[in-house]
Design a binder for this molecule. Structure first.
Ligand code: F6P
Length: 349
């Protein structure tokens, strides 16, 4: 009997999601003679039963497209009344043999719990933040870094022409991966990450020293989750746009760029502006690297389903695709490798 796979994308959208969907659909149909059912809007679609069969033509032309043709949401079924039982019922009603859940720590955390409730599930790691444990890279990250590096290049133009300091706020939630990679690639003069509290005095000193050397412009990259050092004005708190928690307990980050720019201008006297890249980093066409990684992940996920290796997540180790337990991937967060941050620091100033 041919395998019937359900697929959903959960959490924030991310370049490369469509490449995974296409890979899962084409591998299942063409290689295994199976059938794929697309679940709309993440876990919400599996609760409400928004499920539709996907055919080869459904995924035609989607490889270079950003976002997800399935739609997504930050729905947590364990916070929805009867969420679990509805998922179990729909899984049975649509006669699914397995579920491929494509997402970050939240979506895969739910996938792991569902696995323990008897749903045969396989995870595919996605997030521009690159903060999932157990995989060297998640797809979407490379695209976000390229967009941020390109933005830094463009902001250099104005910084240099107007002798300004420009603070560039990038995403990444509690991990500074985007900031460090984009900062190194874009030649940032300071890179600030959530893993290392911001010492404003030190930042201002780096900028002053640059001016003394005749470099009267600076680019400061700051990750949205970076915090000021205790006693430096903001008492070690994160700057948030909205304190209200979402279904997975996250606040909405954002605003550190503007606060930091004001502090730098006040302390150094140099004109300082800021730019928040926001969702631009998640938008548009995925890089070739992300398309290839997403495709390899999609093919590997179907392979796990066919071998009935459930409760696992596909992952990248070096240049090899491997499967690791979902539980391992969601057991913590992969924060920035300090050896890499030390490399970025060589170029501060
Ligand atoms: O996890 C990806 C991410 O883009 C984070 O970098 C950011 O903090 C968050 O999602 C923003 O989420 P939303 O689009 O729901 O505001």
């Amino acid at each position: 009997m041919s395998v019937r796979i359900g697929i959903l994308t959960g959490g924030g959208d991310c370049p490369g999601l469509n490449a995974v969907i296409r890979a899962v659909v084409r591998t299942t149909i063409q290689v295994h003679g199976g059938r794929v059912f697309g679940i709309r809007k993440g876990w919400s679609g599996l609760i409400s039963g928004e499920v539709q069969e996907m055919l080869l033509h459904t995924v035609s032309g989607i490889l270079p497209k950003g976002g997800t043709i399935l739609g997504t949401s930050r729905t947590n079924p364990f916070k929805v009344p009867e969420g679990l039982s509805k998922i179990q019922e729909n899984f049975k009603d649509f006669r699914l043999d397995a579920l491929v859940a494509v997402g970050g720590e939240d979506t895969l955390g739910v996938a792991d719990k569902l696995h323990h409730h008897g749903i045969p599930v396989v995870g595919v790691p996605k997030t521009i933040d690159n903060d999932l444990l157990g995989t060297d890279f998640t797809f979407g990250f490379d695209t976000a870094v390229n967009i941020a590096a390109d933005a830094i290049d463009r902001l250099h133009t104005t910084a240099e022409s107007h002798n300004r300091v420009i603070v560039v706020e990038v995403m990444g939630r509690h991990a500074g991966w985007i900031a460090v990679h984009a900062g190194i690639a874009g030649g940032a003069d300071v890179v600030l990450i959530p893993e290392v509290p911001i010492d404003v005095g030190e930042v201002c000193e780096v900028i002053r020293q640059r001016h003394k050397k005749g470099k009267d412009f600076s680019i400061v990259v700051v990750a949205e989750g970076a915090k000021f050092m205790e006693g430096s004005g903001a008492n070690g708190e994160m700057i948030v746009q909205d304190e209200k928690l979402d279904a997975f307990g996250h606040v909405r980050l954002g605003g550190i760029g503007s606060v930091l720019a004001q502090v730098i201008e006040k302390r150094t006297g140099f004109e300082t502006r800021y730019s928040v890249l926001g969702h631009i980093q998640r938008g548009g066409t995925p890089t070739a690297f992300d398309r290839v990684l997403a495709t390899r992940f999609g093919v590997a996920a179907v392979d796990l389903v066919v071998k009935k290796e459930f409760g696992k997540m596909v992952s990248l180790h070096g240049n090899r695709i491997r499967a690791i337990p979902l539980a391992e991937a969601v057991s913590g967060q992969k924060t920035v490798d300090m050896e890499l941050y030390d490399i970025a620091k060589i170029f501060f100033g």
